[in-house]
Design a binder for this molecule. Sequence first.
Ligand SMILES: Nc1ncnc2c1ncn2[C@@H]1O[C@H](COP(=O)(O)OP(=O)(O)OP(=O)(O)O)[C@@H](O)[C@H]1O
Ligand SMILES: [Mg+2]
Length: 123
Amino acid sequence: MKLVIGIVRPEKANDVLEALYRAHIRGFSLMRVQGHGGETERVETYRGTTVKMALAEKVRFEVAVSDEFVQSAIDALCDGARTGEVGDGKVFVVDLEHAVRIRTGEADLFAVTPVDDGPEAAT
Ligand SMILES: Nc1ncnc2c1ncn2[C@@H]1O[C@H](COP(=O)(O)OP(=O)(O)OP(=O)(O)O)[C@@H](O)[C@H]1O
Ligand SMILES: [Mg+2]
């Protein structure tokens, strides 16, 4: 299992949601974050110590998936978020050691596998 993390432009979050949906990926979290990319803009120095970097508003997706869905999750994040301009964001993939579905106690692959439990499934 992997945790696929995508940091994207807020205005592309809906396109990422659609791409994840089309890839049959239903479980994810997202949160608003601030960050800074690889840009090396002129650093302002004040009395030798102050470094000023502009922070950008981004949306961070976290998608826990079984190995067979890793590439689909990466593709959904990239395809949904890309504009081709600087600041499109980043994808990070990290090993996921353990997952538990709290309701059932199911663990690991069973916990990240999508379930269809009727009208309340979206909660
Ligand atoms: N090395 C990093 N570690 C953690 N978060 C990062 C890293 N690089 C970028 N981010 C996050 O991704 C956001 C978008 O980064 P950004 O797309 O500007 O990356 P970049 O490397 O500058 O690429 P580009 O040249 O396309 O702008 C940042 O605001 C930050 O939240
Ligand atoms: Mg950048």
